[in-house]
Design a protein around this ligand. Structure first.
Ligand code: 6PG
Length: 256
């Protein structure tokens, strides 16, 4: 894989606005070339502003070709305040003209988290028309980073996150409030464009440990095989990085 790009912004607003321009450019490009664009979105607090800003994009032609998947989900009711899809629906999907059949929430109204993971796998297999031992190629993935080095719902303790050709998995960790469903590392690493969005001082330590120290957290293992990896950081999240000359600053006024 190519070296990850690390871009530092003065604040989360500028970071989010930048990702909106990248998302629209990439979507337009893929739609022109392949007539569709697939992306996977995450939950958490950090991407909320990105979803809000993206909702201003009103091009129906574009939205009609966009297909939205989830990177992970908590096994809670679709209307629960902690449901990741609900967050995306309430901040983005309710405001744009995307055909309902282009939206792929992870089901949580089934009996077990294992069934939910299996059903979501089948949705991916169907959309990407996958034969056995094939992985989907998602065009663009947006990920967050947890203070413990998790990403999507792949936690440091989670076993089997890199099992070959596994697309989705149930996640059940004692320390978590809810069971979860997640895309696996092979799927994330098969994507074309992967963006981490990370903001806040509480993330500064883990950002350094993932990007510079390369400690083996799930987030560190996101290394797209043929795709591009970009870390979008706000100045607070970037404040413990040592190798400053290696990074790109989008705003000259940033001082770390
Ligand atoms: C979730 C996520 C998770 C998230 C990180 C960062 O369901 O919570 O998909 O991986 O991205 O925990 O969360 P914040 O953006 O809230 O810090």
């Amino acid at each position: 894989m190519s070296e990850p790009k690390i871009i530092i912004f003065e604040n989360l607003h500028k970071l989010s606005a930048y990702l909106v321009t990248q998302w629209i450019q990439t979507a337009t490009d893929y739609i022109q070339r392949t007539s569709r664009f697939s992306c996977a979105f995450s939950g958490g607090r950090t991407p909320v502003e990105f979803y809000n800003l993206l909702s201003a994009e009103q091009d129906f032609e574009l939205w009609s070709r966009v297909h939205i998947f989830m990177t992970d989900e908590r096994f809670v009711d679709a209307e629960d305040k902690d449901n990741n899809f609900r967050l995306i629906r309430d901040n983005l999907l309710n405001y744009v003209k995307i055909p309902p059949e282009n939206i792929y929430p992870i089901p949580t109204n089934v009996q077990t988290v294992g069934i939910a993971a299996e059903e979501y796998k089948n949705r991916l297999v169907g959309f990407f028309t996958l034969d056995q031992n094939r992985l989907p190629i998602i065009d663009l993935v947006v990920l967050g980073l947890g203070e413990d080095g998790h990403t999507a719902s792949l936690f440091p303790q989670t076993e089997g996150i890199d099992a070959p050709y596994r697309l989705t998995m149930p996640v059940n960790e004692n320390h978590l409030k809810y069971e979860r469903i997640s895309l696996t590392l092979p799927v994330l690493n098969n994507a074309r464009h992967v963006y981490f969005m990370v903001a806040g001082k509480n993330k500064a330590d883990i950002v350094r440990r993932v990007i510079e120290d390369k400690e083996p957290f799930p987030a560190t293992q996101v290394q797209p095989t043929n795709g591009e990896l970009t870390f979008l950081l706000d100045a607070a999240a970037a404040s413990q990085l040592k190798d400053q000359q290696k990074y790109i600053y989008r705003d000259e006024t940033i001082s770390l």
